[in-house]
Design a protein around this ligand. Structure first.
Ligand SMILES: Nc1ncnc2c1ncn2[C@@H]1O[C@H](COP(=O)(O)OP(=O)(O)OP(=O)(O)O)[C@@H](O)[C@H]1O
Ligand SMILES: [Mg+2]
Length: 453
């Protein structure tokens, strides 16, 4: 593979002794050097490195990290996909955190421990490589990939595991979740991971089609079946032959069609409207709804027998606000996606932007996040996305006003964070929170927080 097989590592570091050491240490990569802001930018333009090790204390003012941070922003502006690892002194954690907010991939605190540094750098190359592979697959076409359901939170990892398990089995799957949580994405992933991946994936939105047209959309019709039926037309069910039929917003399927769909599922045969023959159809059925179907059944809006046919496996997609950590992960993903789509040099988020994204309730879930970031990328001039670009404040509707509730929520959140931060060490958590240990125990009891799960 020649040149391409060797990744390019740019080291921005003015200590020539250290330079030599690093060159020798990272001999599996093509290592290039820069000593200051100007030369770093030149090297990035020339070599488009995969990974950059950037010392934040650059000459001529090694104690002024602003030069380092500007260099970071400039590098990401030129080459948003580059993984920049910032290097700072051990007492400069704050600077490192700030750099992450600006879009750095990782940080490393001096002094160098060669083994650990190697792990950090290798991981960055690996991530870069995976992103390339992903882009390559995306470029080939939608159906080629297990479309990445992005997220590292516990609830979304569970969804991913479930998807991988049920995909190869021909069971019917019902996907439940608020609007914008990724229901269609999951349906496609199930199709793409199944033995039917080479067959068609046919989606129909039961809420978007008028009731009187829905039947012919689903079952098709023969020529002359009704006025305007000028030629034989296949329905969506038949078009999904050998593949997957995705019934979106199944909760909105009108009652008479619920009965007809049920009959199809039981017999696996359809009759086109105006037709006289029964046609065998082999499809896997995946459906989705944002409605609470169980309640809807009790209210008489949905047939229970159909529900059980559709829901051999149920996948619950959690709302975005319950996927801790995923907001930033998805945010960065959409930022890169739209920056490259619109050829915009936007490299990351300001710290305030990150905080406000984490605090926001995201009533429209991932779709809303995607739209907000897309808009922000279009509006941003260059550099980074700031709080104002996101326009988040106005509709924080579902936060409570009752002060006792607000306080309890805030307390719970702080305690859960402190416990996570200290690996559930009560003494350390109490210290972080500025209360005594017995007080923390009392609060945990009051707020029903345990350390056992
Ligand atoms: N985990 C995820 N990773 C990456 N992209 C995601 C993820 N979840 C959702 N998206 C993206 O967010 C958008 C909305 O997702 P999707 O259409 O699947 O949601 P939905 O639940 O079907 O929404 P609606 O109820 O509004 O129809 C899509 O562009 C999708 O690609
Ligand atoms: Mg949808």
């Amino acid at each position: 593979m020649g040149k391409e097989s060797k990744g390019v590592l740019l080291v921005v570091e003015d200590d020539s002794g250290l330079q030599r050491q690093l060159k020798w240490f990272f001999d599996e990569y093509e290592v290039i050097f820069a000593t200051d802001q100007g030369s770093a930018i030149k090297q990035v333009r020339r070599f488009d490195p995969d990974v950059v090790l950037l010392d934040l204390g650059l000459p001529p003012h090694p104690n002024d990290i602003d030069i380092g941070l500007t260099t970071l922003t400039e590098i990401l502006g030129l080459s948003p996909a580059t993984k920049v690892i910032v290097v700072t002194g051990n007492n400069d954690r704050d600077a490192a955190v700030q750099a992450i907010g600006l879009g750095a991939y990782d940080f490393y605190l001096k002094p160098f421990d060669e083994e650990i540094l190697k792990l950090v750098v290798n991981r960055a190359f690996r991530v870069r490589e995976l992103e390339r592979e992903n882009q390559r697959l995306l470029a080939i076409g939608q159906n080629a990939v297990f479309e990445g359901i992005i997220g590292a939170s516990e609830p979304i990892s569970m969804v991913n595991r479930l998807v991988e398990k049920v995909a190869p089995v021909d069971a019917s799957v019902l996907i439940l979740g608020e609007s914008g949580t990724g229901k269609e994405l999951v349906a496609r992933a199930i199709h793409n991971l199944s033995g039917r991946r080479d067959g068609p994936f046919v989606a129909i939105n039961c809420a978007a089609i008028p009731e009187n047209l829905l039947e012919s959309e689903l079952f098709g019709y023969e020529k002359g079946a009704f006025t305007g039926a000028v030629r034989q037309t296949l329905g969506k069910i038949e078009r999904a032959q050998g593949g997957t039929l995705f019934l979106d917003e199944i909760g909105d399927l009108p009652q008479p069609l619920q009965a007809k769909l049920l009959r199809f599922i039981q017999e696996r045969k359809i009759e086109r409207i105006g037709g006289h023959e029964e046609i065998d159809v082999d499809v896997r059925i995946v459906s989705a709804t944002h409605r609470d179907l169980k309640t809807f059944i009790q209210e008489g809006g949905f047939r229970e027998d159909l529900y059980y046919r559709l829901s051999e496996v149920v996948i619950h997609l959690p709302p975005l606000r319950e996927r801790s950590g995923d907001i930033i992960l998805l945010g960065k993903y959409f930022l890169q996606k739209y920056a490259s789509e619109y050829k915009k040099k936007v490299g990351g988020f300001s710290r305030e932007a990150i905080q406000s994204m984490e605090a926001y309730a995201w009533p429209g879930n991932v779709r809303e996040l995607e739209n907000k970031i897309k808009r922000a990328v279009i509006m941003a001039d260059a550099g980074i996305i700031d709080v104002d670009d996101l326009e988040l404040e106005s509709n924080r509707v579902d936060l409570p006003f009752n002060l006792r509730e607000v306080r309890a929520n805030a307390e719970r959140e702080a305690i859960v964070r402190a416990l996570a931060y200290t690996d559930k060490n009560i003494a350390k958590a109490a210290e972080l929170l500025g209360v005594s240990r017995p007080t923390l125990y009392d609060l945990m009891k009051k707020l029903h927080i345990t350390t056992t799960d």
